[in-house]
Design a protein around this ligand. Structure first.
Ligand code: HEM
Length: 392
């Protein structure tokens, strides 16, 4: 959301109040060639810290949620923290610092356990109680195997349509996902955005498997000849461009069992083993993305053991190799103290969505569907809000 360079962030900030720029409480207007609206349409392309903001509605929605949260917290900083009040830069940086902590908490403790399951979280030292502090010998940069194969597992989860739901969660309209590529239209209308958010917070994601939504194979980046960008095929090719080691070699590096024949491939269905045998000459040739996507999932997770190994290792490095990780023990003015860490841990994605989209009810764990016993819907006002007093 803040971009990756000084130039990007300076274009997204305002001159006062520690705020990020908005346009009608949405991300600011981006260049017209970054999305797919024709001139004269009332909607606009969005601008954010990541150029993909316009690509798909749910991504635009998350950018909007975090942008609004930054501004909500910045106003609280301005109100509660007298010492920053006259200093726009301090207000901005302090809010950004808190926001990064809030996002890390959501990623490491709300999201990652659902991807990896508890056992793989433990194996990679990612559980809350396993954190032992910053380790300067750990390199936190992004692994080629992570960006070019494992973390693209998300491409298999892409749904085929968005639903727009009324207050009683019945479906009012639907829109095929391909109609929304580079058209962030609905979130620009308050009621439509809320209808979409009701769907996003209650719908089940697709399963990671061999099935990819045809929209991202046959309808993405359509050119004048109606040729598209086949995303799963591009992922496979990109692995070769980047010189990734093949599937079997990565399994070996992960200390997972390896095999020499297609019949013996662990954790891949009989059907898929036959498919692999029909396109590869030998199991050692299988591409990492292809083998990984076909694996049965680890206990309690949504990816197979090879992707879980790569994703677990990547997030371990991101956690212990980051000097600025929010739970790092206080040694200087830079780190959060215990009360501040506790406050950040109380905050949740559910509360962020409630506060910024004016919801009345939501389930506490918004990345799981509501369930009256394990994840009941509750009043937004009952969810704890970030206690800003501890930061001043
Ligand atoms: C409709 C939804 C999505 C579309 C249209 C999309 C499209 C793309 C495209 C076009 C690329 C570049 C491919 C290349 O040329 O190598 C890419 C890369 C990537 N995607 Fe997606 N994606 C979507 C959702 C997701 C999700 C849900 C995840 C993960 C949870 C994900 C993870 C990645 C990663 C890790 C990369 C590589 C980025 C890099 O190396 O910089 N994508 N995606």
């Amino acid at each position: 959301m803040y971009g990756s360079s000084h130039m990007e962030i300076s274009e997204l900030r305002t001159a006062g109040g520690g705020l990020l720029q908005t346009h009608n409480n949405l991300p600011p207007v981006g260049p017209p060639d970054t999305c797919d609206f024709t001139e004269g349409q009332p909607e606009h392309c969005l601008k954010a810290g990541d150029e993909r903001v316009n690509e798909i509605l749910n991504l635009a929605m998350m950018h909007t949620a975090f942008l609004r949260e930054h501004n909500r917290l910045a106003k609280k900083v301005a109100n509660s923290c007298r010492r920053y009040r006259r200093n726009n830069n301090r207000m901005f940086e302090e809010t950004r610092r808190i926001m990064i902590g809030v996002m890390q908490n959501i990623v490491f403790y709300e999201f990652l356990p659902k991807v990896l399951g508890r056992k793989m979280m433990r194996r990679n030292g990612l559980l809350e109680e396993q954190y032992r502090g910053y380790d300067e010998s750990v390199n936190p940069s992004i692994l080629n195997e992570f960006a070019t194969a494992a973390y693209r597992f998300g491409h298999s989860l892409v749904m085929d349509e968005f639903e727009f739901m009324t207050t009683d969660y019945s479906v009012e309209t639907t829109k095929h996902v391909s109609q929304t590529f580079f058209k962030p239209e609905e979130i620009q209308y308050t009621e439509q955005a809320k209808k979409l958010l009701r769907f996003l917070t209650t719908d089940r994601t697709f399963k990671m498997d061999r099935e990819f939504n045809p929209a991202i194979q046959d309808l993405l980046f359509l050119d004048q000849n109606h040729d598209s960008f086949d995303l799963p095929a591009a992922n496979t090719q990109r692995g070769r461009d980047h010189g990734l080691a093949p599937y079997m070699e990565i399994r070996r590096a992960c200390r997972l069992p390896t095999v020499t024949t297609f019949e013996n491939l662990y954790g891949i269905s009989e059907d898929d083993r036959a498919r692999l045998a029909s396109v590869y000459a030998h199991v050692d040739d299988i591409d990492l993305f292809v083998g990984g996507i076909l694996e049965e999932h680890v206990d309690g997770g949504i990816v197979g053991p090879t992707f879980a190994c790569i994703i677990g290792e990547q997030f371990r490095r991101l956690k212990v190799g980051d000097r600025y990780y929010f739970e790092r023990r206080k040694e200087s003015i830079r780190e959060f103290d215990r009360r501040q860490i506790a406050a950040i841990k109380e905050h949740s994605l559910a509360k962020i969505l409630c506060e910024n989209f004016d919801f009345q009810y939501i389930q506490r764990d918004v990345m799981k569907v509501p369930n009256c016993i394990s994840n009941p819907t509750q009043l937004c006002s009952q969810l704890p809000d970030l206690d800003m007093n501890v930061f001043c």
